[in-house]
Design a protein around this ligand. Structure first.
Ligand SMILES: Cc1ncc(C[n+]2csc(CCOP(=O)(O)OP(=O)(O)O)c2C)c(N)n1
Length: 381
């Protein structure tokens, strides 16, 4: 396996002096290490993968030095525009190493949302004419790959990709202790159970990528609750609120709830402006803010410093509740905002972490879609 510390030191000796990215489960040990050792001026956990490319571009323009961007291949789509229309040799020709966690690699079992993305990743990189190499767990090959990537990026003055296999990295030699949001008393899973128990049972729920959807699903199964009201957005991180908006605009009589995460909201925060500017539909947007990307290793998000409620107010939501951190305040706020109309927002501070035996949805995304739409279109919600 590759030690995060020695891989980082290979990169450093090749002149890499700035990193930006969105954390990934396959890269989590490397991400934890750089998050622990790099000062803020040398590392940014960015809102989305495209903005990480932008940050890397700006760093290179300002310093002439070589940056690295890291991401999960799910986020490759977010990078395509800035890689092709900014960093590409035929545009501004900006060198950078792009470290990509390869979820859904062929012959490695993975979740449905990763399978196709994983299969087409090499072809996508080829189509983008970006040179790439794989990084399995071999430490010597990893050192050579770091040298190859840095030399190629500098020589061509363009992006190069290192595609990282599952289990390539060993445990981080250093990691920052997790920060708990001020006053957060509930786990995310408990908050979800309180929310679902308090909402009116005809509410339709669109939940975001990662543990939030998994915990919602588990809770439905464990308590033998109706699952036909839930759309689990297993992929497409950051878009759950817009799926919910699309539903609520088209079915204004339906109570639509979006269960979002702070990392997901930040990823495409412009969506909040679209919700605030909409004057049709009944949408209750709830953000479970644990201040971290919990689903992929717990790396911090800037939602530890940013008031998401303040952003929602500024975007023009009809009603923004006081941020809540306790069970009693959550119940009161969900009753209050849940029975109101228009576009409403509630930020819930929760603790990081999840159960180690948390399951995954047993139904396929297609089966989830089918039971969801048949319920939704039947008018029972
Ligand atoms: C475009 C994209 N980038 C990255 C990922 C990997 N990923 C899955 S869940 C997640 C973190 C979600 O964080 P948040 O919304 O705060 O929810 P939490 O896991 O903390 O509950 C990330 C980065 C992804 N699925 N898609």
């Amino acid at each position: 396996m590759i030690s995060p510390e020695s891989f980082y030191s290979s990169l450093e000796s090749e002149g890499v002096s700035f990193l930006a990215g969105v954390p990934d489960s396959l890269l989590k040990e490397f991400c934890a290490y750089v998050d622990a050792v790099l000062p803020p001026e040398a590392h940014v956990i960015s809102a989305n993968e495209g903005s990480a490319v932008g940050l890397a571009a700006g760093f290179h323009l300002a310093t002439g030095q070589l940056p690295m961007v890291y991401l999960q291949n799910s986020g490759l789509g977010n990078t395509i525009n800035p890689l092709l229309s900014l960093a590409d040799r035929e545009v501004y020709s900006l060198p950078m190493i792009v470290l990509v966690g390869w979820r859904g690699m062929p012959d490695v079992k993975d979740e449905p949302q990763h399978v196709k993305q994983g299969r087409v990743t090499p072809a996508l990189l080829d189509a983008m004419e970006i040179p790439w190499r794989e990084l399995d767990g071999d430490p010597t090959a990893a050192r050579e790959a770091a040298t190859w990537a840095a030399q190629t990026a500098k020589h061509t003055s363009a992006p190069v990709v290192l595609l990282v296999h599952k289990d390539a990295f060993s445990k981080a030699e250093k990691r920052r202790p997790a920060v708990v949001m001020d006053g957060a008393e509930m786990t995310r899973e408990h908050a979800i159970s309180v929310i679902t128990a308090t909402l009116s049972s005809d509410s339709v729920i669109v939940s975001t990528t990662g543990m939030i959807s998994r915990e919602l699903y588990e809770q439905r199964v464990n308590h033998d609750q109706d699952r036909s009201t839930d759309f689990l957005t297993v992929g497409s991180m950051g878009h759950a609120s817009q799926i919910a908006l699309g539903i609520s605009r088209s079915r204004p009589e339906t109570r639509v709830v979006c269960l979002d995460g702070d990392g997901s909201v930040l990823m495409h925060m412009g969506g909040l402006a679209s919700i605030g500017a909409t004057n049709v539909g009944n949408l209750f947007h709830i953000v479970l803010n644990n201040g971290v990307h919990d689903s992929v290793g717990g790396q911090p998000t800037v939602a530890q410093q940013v008031s998401l409620s303040g952003v929602a107010s500024a975007c023009g939501y009809d009603l923004v509740g006081e941020t809540v951190a306790t069970e009693s305040a959550l119940i009161a706020a969900v009753k209050d905002l849940g029975s109101a109309t228009g576009r409403r927002f509630l930020e819930v501070l929760v603790q990081p972490g999840s159960r180690s035996d948390l399951g995954r949805p047993k139904e396929t995304p297609l089966a989830n879609r089918d039971i969801f739409v048949s319920r939704l279109r039947s008018g029972r919600s």
